[in-house]
Structures are given as C-alpha cells and as structure tokens.
Design a protein around this ligand. Structure first.
Ligand SMILES: C[S@@+](CC[C@H](N)C(=O)[O-])C[C@H]1O[C@@H](n2cnc3c(N)ncnc32)[C@H](O)[C@@H]1O
Length: 330
C-alpha cells in the first residue's frame, strides 16, 4: 500500500494540469496524515506537534475543504459530475452532533470527494466505486417502525445483496418499504411487492416509492398466490413483519416458501419477540431448506406490557435453498 501511494505521489507531482495538482495536494495530505514522526529530533517534533495540534488540525481541515471546493467547482465547469451524483443532495442529519459533523464536512458530504481523501487515493476510490448514496437518506427519514441498527441493516442487506424481486409482508406506513426502495435506488436495481390488508401510506411517500413498489391490499398468506402471479417472478428476498403471533408467523413462512427463488432470503422483524422467535426456530427445525443466519441487529426494544417486560425488535435472517431436483433415470 505504502509503495503504491508513493508512486501515485510522484506521478501526480509531474502532472501540471488542475486535476493533476489536486491529486498531488490530496496525496500530500494523505502522506501528512499517515507519515510517522521519525529521525533524531522525533521526540522534539512530537512534543511540538502535540502543543500545536488543534491549530494544525483546524488549518488542515480548512485546506482539505478548500481542495474539495476547488475540485467540485472544476468538475462542475468541466461537466465532469458523474451521473450518480446529480442532483447533489446533502443527507438528512437529525441530531445536533451530526449537524456539527455535517457542517464541518459540508463540502465533503455534498461532493462525496472526502471519501476519496480519507486514506484512499482518487484512483482507489474510483476503483471501489466510493460514491454518495442518496437513497441512504431513507434510513433517517422513513416512518419505519424500526430502530437505527435495523434500518441500517435492512438498507445494507438490500444494497449489498441486490435482490431482484422482493416481497414485504406487513407494510403499514411504508417505512420499511422506503428503506428497501432507497437501497434499490442506490443500486439502480430491484422491485418490491408490498402486502398489507390495511396499509396507511401517505400519498406523498407513495409517490416516491411507486416506481419500484406495487401494493397488494389483502392478508398474507391468502393473497400470496395472486401476488406471485402478478409480479411474474419468484421472490429472492422477503421481509416478514406482519401479524406477530406464533401461528401467523408460521403461516407466513409456509405461505411464502412456494414462491421463493431457488436461493432466497427471509428477513424477520421483531425476531426478539418470543412468539416470533419460536415460530422462526420451529420453522427452521422442520424445514431443511431453511438455514438460520442469525440476528442482523441485536438492539432490543423493551416494553412493559401486561405487568411484565416484553422484548421486541431484532432483525433475523434465514437463507432458503431449494434442493436440486434429481434427473429421472431413463
Ligand atoms: C409492524 S407493522 C409493519 C411495519 C413496517 N414493516 C415498517 O417497518 O414500517 C405490521 C403491519 O402488518 C399488517 N398485517 C397484519 N396482518 C397481516 C397479514 N396477514 N398480512 C399482511 N399484513 C398484515 C398490519 O396491517 C400492519 O400494517
């Protein structure tokens, strides 16, 4: 890694164009951040650095922001903005701490370029397709009945696994649908069938989801045959977050299995809730095609109900693998 950076440094220094100079400055910054203090005056240098560190860091951040700004302007004027960055949107950042963060990194957040300067050269960032994710805003803004780790995990699973055809049993206000669609928008891939007998989605939210979502008003599992027929493809991902009684969860699982792709994933919300947990455990035990991948988020919600503490929340993932059919002997 160190050798690679050095080469990039030398190459950039020789390039006198604006992009070359920006790359050169970025490389110097990276070098400055990571270079160890060595030499006979090492101890003294460390001491001086410690004394002036806060001023140095402030100046360093101002300089980085300036380079970001110059580069953003340069890209704008040259029309170099990548399609995935237009329109540029600053993510919704709710807390005071995050607002401070956003203010410090305002340019960086809006251009995404700081990602490249955080220990990665521009080339490495490009290679790894480091980019701003506008759909990730849904993690903050969606009306999902989900905790923060669940939101992030749901977004990440969809963003990472890129399922083609998703099913959601239990949509309510469209919160989890919004996160799923946000991730799909960021991959540019996928569609979602939402099943709920009494959905309560605000029209404004629905207008943002309807390019990827179809809503089926009715109860699972009764309408699943019809849903599968209408979307015309097997599901490779299903979120089950509907009726949380033991019987209902078992019915939802049994009901969805025939409509799954040869390999698919089932994700359960409120998997910490005792009825849901038992239904999942027993379904896994009785179906060899299901493998338990465990909890994707462990943070619980504990509510005092009927004189006792009851644990809710928790996302749990199961993998479904259809057995390979043996060819009939001639
Ligand atoms: C906990 S909410 C879903 C929340 C949503 N997944 C979210 O995180 O934003 C449960 C929803 O399941 C729905 N529901 C109940 N029984 C159902 C069934 N048999 N099939 C589909 N949905 C059902 C309810 O109407 C309710 O809207």
């Amino acid at each position: 890694m160190a050798t690679q950076s050095k080469h990039a440094f030398v190459a950039s220094a020789a390039d006198n164009s604006i992009t070359g100079r920006i790359a050169f400055i970025r490389q110097m910054q990276t070098d400055l951040r990571t270079r160890p203090v060595t030499g006979s005056l090492g101890v003294l240098k460390k001491f001086v650095y410690k004394a002036v560190r806060s001023a140095f860091c402030r100046q360093f951040n101002v300089n980085s922001a300036t380079v970001d700004l110059v580069e953003a302007l340069y890209r704008e004027t040259e029309g170099h903005a990548s399609p995935s960055r237009a329109p540029v949107a600053v993510p919704f950042v709710p807390s005071v701490v995050n607002q401070t963060l956003a203010a410090n990194n305002a340019v960086a957040f809006s251009t995404g370029e700081v990602l490249a300067s955080c220990g990665q050269t521009q080339d490495q960032a490009k290679l790894n397709n480091i980019r701003p994710l506008d759909g990730f805003n849904s993690v903050y803004t969606s009306p999902a009945e989900m905790r923060m780790p669940e939101r992030v995990a749901l977004y990440s699973l969809i963003f990472g696994m890129q399922p083609r055809n998703c099913l959601e049993i239990g949509t309510f206000r469209g919160g989890s649908s919004a996160i799923i669609c946000g991730a799909m928008n960021d991959t540019g891939y996928g569609q979602l069938a939402c099943v709920d007998p009494i959905p309560k989605i605000e029209p404004q939210l629905w207008s943002q989801l309807s390019n990827r979502c179809r809503l089926f008003e009715g109860p699972s599992p009764d309408i699943l045959t019809d849903v599968a027929k209408q979307v015309n493809e097997p599901f490779d991902f299903a979120l089950i977050d509907a009726n949380h009684t033991y019987d209902a969860v078992r019915r939802d699982i049994a009901g969805v299995l025939p409509y799954l792709a040869d390999q698919a994933y089932l994700l359960f919300h409120d998997a910490n809730y005792p009825d849901v947990r038992r239904a999942i455990d027993e379904s896994v035990a009785s179906c060899s095609q299901l493998t338990d991948c465990g909890l994707m988020s462990v943070e619980p919600t504990v509510l005092y109900e009927n004189g006792q503490n009851v644990t809710w929340a928790g996302l749990r993932l199961l993998k479904y693998q259809r057995p390979v059919r043996k060819a009939k002997a001639a």
